[in-house]
Design a protein around this ligand. Structure first.
Ligand SMILES: NC(=O)c1ccc[n+]([C@@H]2O[C@H](COP(=O)([O-])OP(=O)(O)OC[C@H]3O[C@@H](n4cnc5c(N)ncnc54)[C@H](O)[C@@H]3O)[C@@H](O)[C@H]2O)c1
Length: 494
């Protein structure tokens, strides 16, 4: 295919959404947004600055004063309605995300559904927003607690699954009676803007607000006194900056950050499933751009060579970069020119430091329509040493580091020798061994004999520099409330 690819139908509005309507940026700034598939600009989108943040937060705060009094059953009804709207428009949203991230359309189709599942899930959890009664020795006082919403919640998201994150992250704050501001990913705002259009009439004005913007917008939101909670899906560096922004106001945060996640294979692992797991765990579909990607693979010396051969064969058979809308495309590019250069820099450093490139390691040759895109082959390095850059830093690209191990104690030391602690994957047929090993791993989300999956209701979140706070579960909902304790005198005196 050599012609121009026709992009998706764009949202009607490319401005800033708050208070139920669209607003131009107060300083008039619009930036290009690109398709990483061909490196070309798609359109210009408003860039919200500090003045826009202030206006959006004011209306979100006003809206909060009435939204917090809306009964839980009604909030649940509206969340479910939003889920239905996202489902009904899943293809359109996926086309926008596919073009704006470069990821294969066939694989992005489920993103709106995942958001919808979370909207339904949190709608169903609303009855769990409840207090307690607390018995005391003194019988003349009755103690109870109530949970109340916080106010305006800012949710700042990363680019790898824009509408999935935007849709899913409005769920818990709204269910708990807060109003919410989504700060869209810098590089891929289009599907989030379309989501705002689609949900305009579902919620009262100001209940959801969507701000396209960059770091400055996220920073202004984090620091704004009327924003009562900030959550981030993003890098550890940004998580630390947000902690600084919120410090003065003592506001709570949930930080879902990066990872350098280990996959650990024991000698008794099923070889075929393990090889497929090494590939799947790296999320090559999104060019490795997933926080939970298992980018450090520890293969036992007894199966190291055979597993690597199988991994190479699967990658060369199954991963085809190409036009995002073509059903035959199974892999996307990385998000931007800068990130492309960064990931290629890691590949270069690995080669220079002495790692062995088993497969990939180059920019693939694609047809003319995709030239100029930010493509990188699925890349596996063996003979990686623990001090190589690719072994230590989060690449957020399609690059796996493989280590050969024989001494379990030393292997486990290396597994935990990282500032990160997001996910880990353990492969063995011996579940007793697995149960003991998982206790030694410093990570918040661990699979045994599988990789890559999320499961609704199971607390998702990292440890160490991968952040804190749990999402996709009851804890996420309750984190969007605060507890008030009431002590009622029942007798005449105290
Ligand atoms: N743990 C998770 O659930 C999860 C999921 C997906 C991605 N990630 C992580 O996200 C990172 C990749 O995404 P990215 O490159 O968009 O991350 P990033 O940290 O560069 O940006 C994330 C978001 O933070 C905003 N931001 C940047 N500076 C800010 C500041 N000073 N104050 C407030 N907001 C600011 C950005 O505009 C963007 O919307 C990787 O580290 C990846 O592992 C984590």
């Amino acid at each position: 295919m050599n012609g121009e690819i026709k992009g998706p139908t764009l949202p009607e509005h490319l401005d800033i959404f708050y208070g139920g309507s669209w607003h131009k940026p107060q300083d008039g700034r619009y930036d290009d947004t690109f398709s990483p598939a061909n490196g070309k600009p798609v359109t210009k989108v408003a860039v919200a600055g500090a003045k826009d943040v202030d206006a959006a937060v004011s209306v979100a705060h006003e809206a909060f004063l009435s939204w917090k009094t809306v009964p839980g059953t009604e909030r649940a009804r509206l969340l479910r309605k939003a889920a239905d709207v996202l489902r009904a428009n899943a293809v359109e949203l996926a086309r926008l995300d596919s073009w704006n991230t470069g990821n294969p359309l066939s694989k992005m189709l489920r993103d709106a559904e995942i958001a919808a599942i979370q909207l339904d899930f949190f709608a169903g959890l609303i009855p769990m927003i409840r207090g307690e009664t607390i018995p005391q020795d003194e019988t003349d006082t009755f103690h109870y607690t109530v949970r109340e919403p916080l106010g305006v919640v800012a949710r700042i998201i990363a680019y790898n699954h824009p509408v999935q994150f935007a849709g899913a992250k409005i769920a818990a704050p709204l269910a708990a009676g807060n109003t919410v501001i989504i700060k869209t990913p810098d590089q891929a705002p289009l599907a989030c803007l379309r989501m705002a259009e689609l949900l305009t009439d579902v919620f009262p004005p100001g209940v959801i607000n969507v701000l396209p913007g960059k770091a400055e917008c996220g920073k202004a939101l984090s620091a704004h006194p009327l924003v009562k909670m900030v959550t981030l899906i993003g890098s550890a560096a940004t998580g630390k900056l947000i902690q600084q922004s919120v410090a003065g106001a003592l506001k709570p945060t949930i930080l879902e950050l990066g990872g350098k996640n280990p996959l650990i294979a024991f000698p008794d692992a099923d070889i075929e499933k393990l090889a497929a797991g090494v590939v799947r765990g790296m999320n090559f579909t999104w060019a490795g751009q997933s926080c939970i990607s298992t980018s450090r693979v520890f293969l036992h010396e007894s199966h190291h060579d055979v597993v690597l051969e199988k991994v190479k064969a699967i990658l060369e058979r199954d991963y085809r970069p190409g036009v995002p809308f073509e059903p035959s495309t199974t892999m996307g590019p990385v998000i931007s020119k800068e990130h492309h250069a960064r990931v290629l820099g890691y590949i270069d450093s690995a080669k220079k430091e002495g790692a062995r490139c088993v497969t990939g390691g180059k920019v693939p040759v694609l047809d003319k329509s995709m030239q100029g895109g930010y493509w990188i082959e699925p890349t596996v390095f063996a003979d990686v040493k623990p001090d190589f850059r690719i072994a230590r830093e989060e690449i957020f690209g399609p690059v796996v580091s493989v280590f050969k191990w024989s001494d379990e104690k030393e292997m486990m030391r290396l597994v935990n020798d990282t500032p990160y602690g997001l996910s880990a994957s353990v492969w063995t047929k011996d579940l007793v061994r697995a149960t003991k090993i998982v206790r030694q791993i410093n990570a918040g989300w661990i699979w045994v004999n599988q990789t890559s999956k999320h499961f609704f209701g199971v607390p998702f979140g990292g440890l160490k520099d991968s952040g804190y706070g749990k999402e996709e579960c009851l804890e996420e909902l309750l984190a969007h409330t605060e507890i008030k304790a009431i002590n009622v005198l029942l007798g005449d005196t105290y």
